[in-house]
Design a protein around this ligand. Structure first.
Ligand code: ADP
Ligand code: MG
Length: 647
């Protein structure tokens, strides 16, 4: 008996209505999701001309019985749902029963499928929604769906397609994202007969990231410590309504992107775009990166199926959480805590090898190809890949996802066989013995990958450059610390702590300072006066257009107090529109810290330098100043050795 049924009107009417097929990538998305729902372990995606001429997905999943294959093209026919109740807890990627009929109505589609339970398969051809042929066919078990000439019968829609490279970029991003969501499966993406992605089962997400993006990106990433939180119980019940879990990777604060293309979000294995999660991620990086820049992130959130409504949008890319605020804070805290625990050290910019497109995250590559014309590059001879440089031979010379020698031009395919072994664990030994001869490092001299700013506590200050930057020696190499932003971070956290505990050191002014304000500033002042006064100021209105400042946080030099108040009023003006009190509080703390911090061009003696490093080491986030600039740069021992040609 067949598995597919037509949904009753009652259920069908509850399904988010709308167009499923907007562009080639929407076809790829629906077909990929069907293949995953069918339990496939090997999925191959082929496209020709950005998917306009042809899209073909081949899988080794459960296949369809003959009767089901016919039924699958009816609207609202699905094997994944039966009644309205099922809509409340959807465990499969598909559930609408609309993808196949929608795609078939705007293309020439061929379905070839065989269920493991039948000895022969079925081939069905449909053009513009009309069944042209249906035959028995000798086929391997699994499903192949070929979609040719998308929108051949809907010229209006065809006109709206973007360039081939743009359409390909969308397809590539999707295939990449699903390959990340399923590290245990084989994925191949072929465009115009060139293999753009080919990954075999990897041990875990880390290895899959290595396969797809390369080791250089991996060095920029911090794994999230796996976390779990119980959801609040239902009213009238004591037991929690399930749990939230988050895993994944986020980039260290200095790895900055100018857009959100490098943020990959997954909820229960589904690729989604979600404002709530994006906001949570941004909040986690608040005061760690400058505003307007974004991290690289891969977040996998899991929760009970009832907790998330996926029936919100026809293409199923948006979701709605039942406990939105809880999910938001959970994700924000999980990411933030992982960043705080790792305290990743930024390396000196010059020590970064310039990265060709081959080593950039896929989405960035996607962006580049949007702007460039596709050209074919000459194929390198087989096995001509040069070994990738590496210090300890720990990582095999596995080529990365490679798009050719020239940035932005897709090149030759690269095939991945085995996942790379894990990098060597951090060496517990504090002192690295540099070999005297010009040989490779002994194996026990493993450098610590992703050095941590926790090392700041163990540095030996050597002096200053230009009375502005502290030079210090440490186990991991040579450190440069920007004394102003270092102090800024220390004071910023101190002010916030003091504000939270109601204990801020205050200096009373001998004479109240009267400052005149514009009417707009006066209005801003009235809105934030309470917060200002809770942060160590004592101010009050003095006539209709001026205020009197009677006291200020003691860290602020008296000459700077009025400037500081004006600056805070500016933050209030810019930030009060739609920004939380929490953000305003941080804004005030950042301004106070900036005014009070040791300036650059200030000589410091050794004691002061040591004090500064110690205090910085004790902060939660020594990675960035409150405005998102790096505080300490590391010239790693590895780079020093490389510079002296000792490795
Ligand atoms: P939905 O995925 O929402 O159920 P679709 O129109 O995408 O709706 O697919 C209809 C049905 O066809 C699915 O429920 C499934 O039973 C079957 N199907 C589609 N693609 C495949 C596939 N690759 N392998 C096995 N069965 C499939
Ligand atoms: Mg589907």
């Amino acid at each position: 008996m067949g598995r597919i049924r037509i949904l009753s009107d009652q259920v069908a009417n509850k399904i988010a209505a709308g167009e499923v097929v907007e562009r080639p990538a929407s076809v790829v998305k629906e077909l990929l999701e069907n293949s995953l729902d069918a339990g496939s372990t090997t999925i191959r995606v082929e496209a020709v001309s950005g998917g306009r001429r042809l899209i073909r997905i081949t899988d080794d999943g459960c296949g369809m019985l003959r009767d089901d294959a016919m039924l699958a093209f009816e609207r609202h026919s699905t094997s994944k749902l039966t009644d309205v109740k099922d809509l409340l807890s959807i465990a499969t990627l598909g559930f609408r029963g609309e993808a196949l009929p929608s795609i078939a109505s705007v293309s020439r589609l061929t379905l070839e499928t065989r269920s493991r339970d039948e000895s022969t398969g079925t081939r069905i051809e449909i053009a513009g929604g009309k069944m042209m042929a249906c035959q028995e066919a000798a086929l391997a078990s699994g499903t192949i769906i070929t979609v040719r000439d998308l929108f051949f019968n809907v010229p209006a829609r065809k006109k709206f397609l973007r360039s081939e490279t743009t359409e390909l970029a969308h397809i590539a991003t999707l295939a990449t994202e699903y390959s990340l969501a399923h590290p245990d499966k084989n994925f191949t993406l072929i465009h115009d007969e060139k293999e753009l992605l080919a990954v075999t089962p990897a041990a875990d997400l880390r290895d899959r990231i290595y396969q797809v993006f390369g080791g250089q990106l991996l060095e920029e990433l911090i794994p999230l410590a796996p976390v779990e939180r119980a959801l609040p119980p239902e009213p009238g019940s004591d037991s929690p309504a399930g749990t939230l879990q988050l895993t994944g990777f986020v980039s260290r604060p200095q790895f900055q992107k100018s857009n959100r293309n490098s943020i990959h979000l997954f909820v229960n294995g589904r690729v989604i775009r979600d404002r709530l999660l994006l906001h949570a991620l941004n909040s986690a990086y608040y005061n760690l990166v400058p505003s307007g820049v974004y991290p690289f992130a891969m977040l996998f959130l899991s929760c009970d199926y009832e907790e998330v409504d996926v029936n919100v949008h026809p293409s199923k890319t948006e979701v709605r959480f039942r406990h939105g605020p809880v999910v938001h804070d959970f994700v924000r805290d999980a990411v933030r805590n992982s960043l705080i625990a790792a305290k990743p050290a930024p390396s000196l910019p010059s020590s970064r090898v310039s990265q060709p497109a081959a080593h950039l995250p896929y989405s960035e590559f996607s962006q580049q190809i949007e702007e460039q014309r596709f050209e074919s590059v000459p194929a390198p001879a087989p096995d001509s890949e040069l070994p990738v440089f590496n210090l300890h031979g720990a990582t095999p010379a596995v080529p990365r996802l490679d798009f050719g020698q020239t940035p932005g031009i897709p090149g030759e395919p690269v095939r991945f066989s085995a996942p790379p072994p894990a990098p060597p664990p951090a060496s517990p030994q504090l002192k690295l013995r540099i070999p005297e001869s010009h040989s490779a490092l002994p194996p026990d001299a493993a450098y610590v990958p992703g050095a941590s700013l926790s090392e700041l506590a163990n540095l030996r200050p050597l002096g200053q450059i230009h009375d502005s930057f502290i030079v210090a020696a440490g186990r991991d190499g040579l450190w440069l610390i920007d004394q102003h932003v270092a102090h800024e971070r220390i004071l910023f956290e101190k002010v916030l702590r003091g504000r939270a505990e109601g204990k801020i050191e205050v200096q009373a002014l001998l004479m109240p300072m009267i400052i005149e304000l514009t009417p707009a500033q006066m209005a801003d002042y009235n809105r934030i006066a309470a917060e200002l006064n809770a942060t160590g100021f004592e101010t009050e209105p003095f006539g209709p257009r001026s205020i009197a400042i009677k006291a200020a946080p003691s860290a602020v030099p008296p000459g700077e107090i009025d400037k500081l108040v004006f600056e805070i009023l500016e933050i209030a003006d810019a930030e009060l529109r739609g920004v939380s009190l929490e953000d305003l509080r941080r804004g005030i703390a950042a301004s106070v810290a900036c005014r009070a911090a040791i300036k650059i061009n200030t000589p410091l003696d050794e004691r002061k330098m040591a004090w500064l490093l110690e205090e910085l080491a004790a902060t939660q986030c020594p990675m960035s100043c409150p405005h998102g600039r790096p505080i300490a740069l590391l010239y790693s021992t590895r780079d020093i050795l490389k510079g002296f040609h000792r490795v």
